[in-house]
Design a protein around this ligand. Sequence first.
Ligand SMILES: *[C@@H]1O[C@H](CO)[C@@H](O)[C@H](O)[C@H]1NC(C)=O
Ligand SMILES: *[C@@H]1O[C@H](CO)[C@@H](O)[C@H](O)[C@H]1NC(C)=O
Ligand SMILES: *[C@@H]1O[C@H](CO)[C@@H](O)[C@H](O)[C@H]1NC(C)=O
Ligand SMILES: *[C@@H]1O[C@H](CO)[C@@H](O)[C@H](O)[C@H]1NC(C)=O
Ligand SMILES: *[C@@H]1O[C@H](CO)[C@@H](O)[C@H](O)[C@H]1NC(C)=O
Ligand SMILES: *[C@@H]1O[C@H](CO)[C@@H](O)[C@H](O)[C@H]1NC(C)=O
Length: 468
Amino acid sequence: MAQCRAFMLLMLVLYAQAQAQVSDDYYYPDPALDTKEQEAVYSVLEAANPEVDWRSAYPSDLCSAGPHGVACDPDSANSSLAHVTKLSLGWVSDYSNNPPCSATNASFSPSILNLPFLNSLFFYRCFVAESRNGTFTLPPYLGSLGPQLEELVLHENTAISGAVPQELGALVGLRRLVISGSLLAGPVPFELGNLARIEKIDLSNNELSGCVPDSIGGLGALVVLDLSRNNLSCTIPSSLGNLSKLSKLDLSENVFSGEIPAAFARLIILEMLDLSRNNLSGGFPSIISKMRHLRDLQLSENPLGGSLPDEIWRHLVGLVSLGASRTDLVGEIPSSMGELHGLAHLALDHNALTGSIPFELSRLESIQHMDLSSNRLTGVVPFSADFVGRLGPKLRLEGNAGLCCGSEMTPSFAMRLDFGGCSAASMGQSLIDRGSIHGSHGSRPLVKSSLLLFGALLFVLVWCLNWF
Ligand SMILES: *[C@@H]1O[C@H](CO)[C@@H](O)[C@H](O)[C@H]1NC(C)=O
Ligand SMILES: *[C@@H]1O[C@H](CO)[C@@H](O)[C@H](O)[C@H]1NC(C)=O
Ligand SMILES: *[C@@H]1O[C@H](CO)[C@@H](O)[C@H](O)[C@H]1NC(C)=O
Ligand SMILES: *[C@@H]1O[C@H](CO)[C@@H](O)[C@H](O)[C@H]1NC(C)=O
Ligand SMILES: *[C@@H]1O[C@H](CO)[C@@H](O)[C@H](O)[C@H]1NC(C)=O
Ligand SMILES: *[C@@H]1O[C@H](CO)[C@@H](O)[C@H](O)[C@H]1NC(C)=O
């Protein structure tokens, strides 16, 4: 009996400890949230979702017993005082179940300015198409959130229209600015050039227009610049060549015209450059040979013109993907492209390339996808039956009337390649399989040690009761 009681006591203590650790890492009371900030959080939540009675649902201190998505830090001078440092609204997933926004009546609240320690503000699908029929605009007062704000992320708020407020340029502490997947129109404000500490700007998938201001080139800390899928025009400013820390530059799906700036030769640590689907001309940019870390280069669907350079490829040994479809390329495919040992994807289709396919391309040991279709290539296909078999439908050569298969290629391969042997001329059906593989992410349930302990406690309780 005594053993049993002692054991139960031990289990109880362990359980209580585990519970204490689950709710809080400390054994002393939580620092209290400043009442003004508590009120501000209620107002922001009520504006985002008036359908929930937030005050009844979360009646006590919002730092210690608030919804997921409200995060706090203790005051640096007074440890019995806490401040809201992070607000995330809009349900993302079961593991990031932020307060949901109303599907019909979400809005911003200026009370957010009463959170002077706010470091990060995140809205995901809060202001969506159903809400107020797309009449949301970004309030200029967001620019008054203060220099402590490091992160402003508005993702897929599909009903926000209007301009990017120039006032955002006052958020001089900002390191991440993401406003993607909305209906923002008008220019990229010149004032964003004041964000001296900014590391990531993502204004992709909006309807921004006009020129990119030169001032963006002054943001020396910028690592990622994504302005893709807008309606931006003019030439690409040369000043972007000053962004010496840039690792990813995505300007795809706009209407930029003119040449790719020669100043891009200074972007020597760039890993990803996507300029596809614009109106860029001036030939294939040889300056990419200076980008020794380049892995992903996308230039497709631009009237570049000219021919593929010869001397640059051996400097680009890290290149994994090269897209130059529909770029008005003429001339031959240089055999030096065979030096791209890491190349997995090569798309040069729908150009006016002539000559034969260099034998060296058959030595691209990492290649998984090669599209040379719809050009004016001629002569014997240099690929072995092995190579053709390995790539399967991801090798596309159709639409080159002058190509033919060598004697070592079986007729079925010739069929798949959509043309015949060099003497025969049998046409097969065209290959349209462009399937891609999507990895599926399994989710693992979280096993909480406190749950296990609780189970053990129950077991012991039942066991002890049996003794009586
Ligand atoms: C939307 O919410 C506001 C309060 O934020 C309220 O005054 C208004 O009546 C609500 N409108 C609808 C249509 O629910
Ligand atoms: C710390 O904050 C608490 C709660 O607001 C307050 O009661 C206390 O006086 C403060 N202490 C100091 C030293 O400012
Ligand atoms: C939104 O537009 C639809 C039709 O376009 C209309 O039926 C609905 O009443 C509008 N809602 C609001 C809040 O204006
Ligand atoms: C894009 O901008 C042009 C003017 O540069 C304008 O005529 C066109 O309507 C805009 N398209 C969209 C979808 O906003
Ligand atoms: C940035 O680039 C522009 C154009 O290439 C140049 O005129 C300017 O001097 C550069 N500024 C700095 C600070 O390097
Ligand atoms: C594309 O660029 C050319 C000059 O290179 C220009 O004449 C033409 O108007 C541009 N097209 C569009 C849609 O911007």
